[in-house]
Structure formats: structure tokens, C-alpha cells
Design a protein around this ligand. Structure first.
Ligand code: NAP
Length: 335
């Protein structure tokens, strides 16, 4: 192993060194990151959920600067219009359609799918970024616990619905923004909706992010050979309105070490703009490199559990399985 990779591995183990602004600054130096080429995404269409704030906004700005057409998917027409107007003013052209959708409502997500299909001839990149932490347990309009609805079931329905478009677009990719917080939790497959015991918003969030990442692995396996790449990335800790609002104590303590939103979004943009085949489908990335799915064996979700999770989420989606096991792809290796 080369020295840069050794230092990177040491950073990864330290957590604070890895997730903070120190991690990305060192890795940029260690691996000599080059700027992405001008116009790298010209002629490409990218869909971003949650482009109105934080990481989604930073990713949108960077992707727009690389020439992408960007479908802005969010729950507030006014906030989306403000982002679109700022992008149009900066780039002098309107390649930023708006689709209003609440990721926590399945009807709303299905409607978004129909609208994207009606206007878009291709979809090169789908970025599943929208998210948040709910302090109290409550149910979505579909009677699904809200964290699971917004972070897992809504995005699953979005990807399922847009699969035909992704399949038709050569080299397409789906990028799921997860969280290093998932390292702290094992998924409870018998209680996906956090109905047992006292509710903890941050625990429900960490479990939903683990579920989201496990589904990325399932998508990658089931859609192997279709040309679609599925990746998860986690941003480390970034200074966003979402972090300030949902984890105020952590935010205040860590603020000097937090990444900028652009630093947190860097790997989203890199995964979107890298040449097809550069990223490994089914992998989890931080700072442009694959990372382990678990830090301790106790959180490990084996292949059979991932299949069980998939089936449960298909059940919650109320729609047929978009990629039945065994029809496309090969059996899952255990691990
Ligand atoms: N910041 C970090 O350090 C950090 C660390 C790990 C993971 N993450 C993940 O990164 C992603 C972005 O987080 P952020 O820190 O940038 O948070 P943020 O500033 O709160 O932005 C969240 C975005 O998601 C949108 N959103 C929330 N709920 C939605 C819903 N039900 N339907 C549609 N859109 C919805 C928000 O839209 P509105 O404008 O309508 O509110 C906003 O655009 C999240 O998935 C988060 O879990 C962040």
C-alpha cells in the first residue's frame, strides 16, 4: 500500500480527522485532486432532490457550473423558484426545470416521476439527497414513520419510477447521500418503523441511512449488467442549515471543524461527473474513495438481511418489485 493510502486509512480510523474539514483538505493534497474539466456535464441531465439548502444547493451550483441541465426536486415551489432564478441569472440560460415533490409522500413522488418522464428525454444522474431528522415520531400520509418515508421509501419509489429513463441513458448513475451516523446503528429489521420503545430521532435517522445504503447495494446487485451505477456517499460533517437546526449542540461544538457545504458535496459532484465506469457500483464513498460499510461487526447487514429489507421496502412502496431477485443480476455474495 502506498503512503497516501496509509495516511488516508489512519484518518478514516480517527473519525474526527476524517469527517471534518481536515480530512478533505489532507486527502485533496495526498491524492492530488484535479479540478473537474470545464463542461464535463454539458448535454447531461441531473436530478437533485433537496436542492434548496446545504449540500443539495452546493452540489446543484457545482453541477450547473459544469454545464448540466438540472431537474430541481423539492417540496417548496417558492424555494425552488429562488434557486432556479439564481442559476438562470448566473448562467444566462434556463436549463433548470422545477418539480415540486415531498419525498415523504408516495403520491407526490409518483407525480414527480410522471412529470420528469414527460419533460426529460434522458437522465444521466439521479442524486437522492433530501433528508432531515425528526425529533418526534410521526407518520407520513402513507402511514409510514416519517424518517423512513423521506429517507428510504420515497427515494426508492423515485428511483423505481425513473428506472426506464435511467436504463435508456448510457452510463447513468444514482448517487445516494447517506451519513456517517449510520456507522453507529444496526438496522432492526423487525422494527423498521421505530415503533418499539421511546423514539429517538437521531437513532431513527442513523438506521434509515443504514437502510438507504443497504438498498444501494441491492440496487447495484439486482441491476448489474444494465449499465446503471448505484453509489452511496457520505459527506462527513458539513456546515449546513440542516445540521445547525437538527443537532445544535454538536453544531456549536464542532463548528470550527465543519466542512463548507461545497466540501461536503464534493464527492457527490465527483461521482456525477467522473467518466462512466470510474466509480464502483454498490460502493460507499467518502472523499472520492470507497469506504467500509461497517466499523464494527455488530452493525453488519448480511446479504439475506439486505434482501429482506428490499422486500419490506417494496411492500411499503405499494408497488410491484422494480427489480425482482434473480431476474437481472446474480446471487448476492454473503457479506
Ligand atoms: N450536513 C451534514 O453534515 C450531513 C452529514 C451527513 C449526512 N447529511 C445528509 O445530507 C443531505 C443534505 O443535508 P443538509 O445538511 O444539506 O440539510 P439541509 O440544509 O436541511 O437540506 C436538506 C434539503 O432536503 C430537503 N428536504 C427535506 N425534507 C424533504 C422532503 N420531505 N421532501 C423534499 N425535500 C425535502 C430540504 O428542502 P426544504 O428547503 O424544503 O427544507 C433541503 O433542500 C441529507 O440527506 C442529510 O441527511 C448531511
Amino acid at each position: 500500500m502506498d503512503l497516501a493510502s496509509l495516511i488516508d486509512d489512519g484518518l478514516e480510523v480517527s473519525i474526527v480527522g476524517s469527517f471534518s474539514r481536515v480530512g478533505i483538505a489532507l486527502r485533496r493534497q495526498l491524492f492530488g485532486w484535479e479540478p473537474l474539466p470545464d463542461g464535463a456535464l454539458e448535454g447531461r441531465t441531473v436530478l437533485v432532490t433537496g436542492p434548496t439548502s446545504g449540500l443539495g444547493r452546493a452540489a446543484t451550483d457545482a453541477l450547473a457550473a459544469l454545464g448540466a441541465r438540472i431537474v430541481l426536486v423539492g417540496r417548496s415551489a417558492e424555494r425552488l423558484a429562488a434557486v432556479r432564478d439564481a442559476l438562470v441569472a448566473r448562467h444566462g440560460e434556463d436549463r433548470f426545470p422545477i418539480v415540486v415533490a415531498d419525498m415523504g409522500s408516495l403520491d407526490s413522488v409518483r407525480d414527480a416521476v410522471r412529470r420528469v418522464e414527460a419533460t426529460e428525454a434522458r437522465l444521466d444522474v439521479l442524486i437522492d439527497n433530501a433528508g432531515g431528522i425528526f425529533p418526534e415520531r410521526h407518520l407520513s400520509p402513507d402511514r409510514i414513520e416519517a424518517t423512513l418515508a423521506v429517507l428510504v421509501v420515497g427515494p426508492f419509489v423515485l428511483v423505481s419510477g425513473l428506472l426506464p429513463l435511467l436504463r435508456r441513458t448510457p452510463g447513468s448513475r444514482v448517487i445516494s447521500v447517506t451519513s456517517g451516523g449510520m456507522y453507529s446503528q444496526k438496522l432492526d429489521l423487525d422494527d423498521l418503523q421505530s415503533s418499539g420503545g421511546p423514539f429517538s430521532g437521531s437513532r431513527a435517522y442513523a438506521r434509515a441511512k443504514r437502510a438507504q445504503t443497504a438498498l444501494v447495494r441491492e440496487w447495484a446487485r439486482r441491476l448489474r449488467g444494465t449499465g446503471i451505477t448505484f453509489c452511496a456517499m457520505h459527506p462527513g460533517w458539513a456546515d449546513t442549515p440542516g445540521l445547525a437546526e437538527t443537532l445544535p449542540g454538536f453544531y456549536r461544538a464542532m463548528r470550527p471543524l465543519l466542512r463548507t457545504p461545497a466540501e461536503g458535496a464534493d464527492t457527490i459532484v465527483w461521482l456525477a461527473a467522473e467518466p462512466a465506469g470510474a466509480a464502483t457500483s454498490g460502493a460507499l464513498y467518502l472523499d472520492r474513495r470507497p469506504r467500509p460499510f461497517d466499523r464494527v461487526p455488530a452493525t453488519r447487514l448480511g446479504a439475506a438481511d439486505r434482501r429482506r429489507l428490499w422486500d419490506a421496502v417494496v411492500g411499503l412502496s405499494g408497488a410491484p418489485d422494480p427489480a425482482p431477485d434473480g431476474r437481472a443480476g446474480r446471487p448476492a455474495p454473503e457479506g
